[in-house]
Ligand binder design. Structure first.
Ligand code: BGC
Length: 369
C-alpha cells in the first residue's frame, strides 16, 4: 500500500451539485433543511459516545433536525438503522461504519433518494455512493505510535542493542486499521532491516495481528498467548497497540503474567483516542505510556460544515482528493492531524484545550464495565 498526502485541493462540484436537492431526479426540488441521520458504530468507546452527542448538538444549533443511532458493533443493526433514517426522509447521512464493505446496498437506496453521504472517520468501501470523507491522517497515527516506541527505547540507526516488539492491529473490517498498521510498519522498517527490532512471534501480517471489533478481551487473550509462547525467557520491550481499549487488554495480560507496570520489565505500550482510563494510566505510569489524540470536536465540526455548505448551496471544503480510494473513486476528504500524547504533554493537549479535565482523568473508573 502506498499512501501519500496531496496538498491542499479544493472543490468537488460534481458531487455536491448532485446533492443540492433532497429529491430524486425528475421530482420537484425542495429546499434542504439539513435533516441528518447520524449512524455511529459503538458505545463501547468514549470517543463515539462523545461524538454522537457533539454532532447532534452542532446540527441542532444550526436549526437542523437529527436522528442519532448506535449500531453496537452489529453490522445488520447498523444497516437497519440507516434504512430507517432513509425512510424518515433524512437528506444527509453521517456514517461511522461498522463493516467497511457492508453498506453498499443501503447507501444505494439512500442515493436514489438524493441523500448526501458523509463517511465519518471510517471510509466506506466498494460503493459509488459516498460523497465525502471526514477523518484524520490515519497513516500518521501509526507513525506517531511507532515513533513513541523508538524514542522510549532510545533506538537509533547506530544502536547495537536489539529489542523485542509485538504488533497489534485493529479490526480487519475497519478501513482505518491498515493505515494505522502501515504507518507503524513504515516507521519500524529500517530498524527491522537493521536488526535492532526483533518480532519474536514472527506475526507481522495485518491478518495475524488484527483485533476483531477492536475488542479489549480479544487483545488480552492474544497477548497472554504471545507471552506464553515467546516470552518465558525473553524480555518484551514494546507492544504496538492501535487503540486504547486494546492497550488496556494488553496491560491486563501483562499484569496477569506478573509483569508489573512501573517495573523495568514493563514494555512500552502505545494507544489511540485519549480515553479517560488510558489518560489516567499515562499520567500515573500504570500502563500504556502514549495515546494518539484525535480531536473529535474538530472532526464533528468538519462533518457539520460539510452539511451546512451543501444546505447553503456551496461546495464543502476538502483538503485531500488523492489518498482515499474506496474501490470506486478517490473520495473528496477533509483530513485532520492526529497528536501524540504522553505524560509530558497530556495537560497541554487534552486538559488545556478543554477536551477533558484533570478531575475526569483522576476519577476514571478502574473497572472496564
Ligand atoms: C478509529 C479509531 C478508534 C477505532 C476503534 C477507528 O476507526 O479511527 O479512532 O480507536 O476505530 O473505535
Amino acid at each position: 500500500m502506498h499512501l501519500s498526502r496531496r496538498g491542499l485541493l479544493l472543490g468537488t462540484a460534481g458531487v455536491a451539485a448532485g446533492a443540492l436537492t433532497a429529491c430524486g431526479a425528475g421530482e420537484d426540488a425542495k429546499p434542504l433543511t439539513g435533516y441528518t441521520g447520524i449512524a455511529m458504530p459503538t458505545t463501547t468507546s468514549d470517543r463515539w459516545v462523545l461524538e454522537g452527542a457533539d454532532l447532534e448538538k452542532r446540527l441542532q444549533d444550526l436549526g437542523y433536525k437529527t436522528i442519532l443511532e448506535y449500531g453496537d458493533d452489529d453490522i445488520p443493526a447498523q444497516i437497519q438503522q440507516i434504512q430507517s433514517m432513509i425512510d424518515k426522509g433524512v437528506e444527509f447521512l453521517i456514517v461511522g461504519a461498522i463493516g467497511n464493505t457492508s453498506l453498499g446496498e443501503v447507501l444505494s437506496k439512500a442515493k436514489d433518494k438524493g441523500v448526501t453521504i458523509i463517511a465519518y472517520d471510517r471510509l466506506i468501501l466498494d460503493t459509488p455512493d459516498v460523497d465525502y470523507y471526514a477523518s484524520f491522517d490515519n497513516h500518521q497515527v501509526g507513525v506517531l505510535q511507532a515513533e513513541h516506541i523508538i524514542t522510549k527505547l532510545g533506538l537509533t540507526h547506530e544502536s547495537t542493542e536489539t529489542f523485542n516488539i509485538e504488533l497489534f492491529s485493529g479490526s480487519l473490517d475497519d478501513n482505518n486499521s491498515q493505515y494505522f498498521f502501515q504507518g507503524a510498519l513504515d516507521t519500524f522498517e529500517p530498524y527491522i532491516y537493521g536488526g535492532q527490532i526483533l518480532i519474536p512471534s514472527n506475526q507481522t501480517e495485518q491478518e495475524q495481528t488484527a483485533t476483531q471489533q477492536w475488542d479489549r478481551t480479544i487483545a488480552r487473550t492474544r497477548m497472554a498467548e504471545l507471552l506464553d509462547a515467546h516470552y518465558k525467557d525473553e524480555r518484551l520491550h514494546a507492544v504496538l497497540s492501535p487503540y486504547d481499549g486494546i492497550s488496556r487488554g494488553i496491560v491486563e495480560a501483562l499484569v496477569a503474567a506478573d509483569i508489573e507496570p512501573g517495573s523495568d520489565d514493563f514494555p512500552v505500550i502505545t494507544g489511540q483516542d485519549a480515553e479517560l482510563r488510558s489518560l489516567k494510566a499515562i499520567k500515573e505510569g500504570t500502563g500504556q505510556s502514549e495515546t494518539v489524540f484525535k480531536d473529535t470536536r474538530q472532526l464533528a465540526e468538519v462533518a457539520v460544515n460539510m452539511v451546512k455548505s451543501i444546505v447553503e448551496g456551496s461546495t464543502p471544503e476538502v483538503n485531500d482528493q488523492g489518498t482515499y480510494d474506496n474501490g470506486f473513486k478517490f473520495i473528496p476528504s477533509y483530513l485532520l492531524e492526529p497528536v501524540d500524547v504522553t505524560a509530558e504533554n497530556y495537560k497541554e493537549i487534552v486538559v488545556d484545550s478543554e477536551y477533558t479535565t484533570e478531575e475526569d482523568i483522576d476519577s476514571a473508573p478502574a473497572d472496564e464495565g
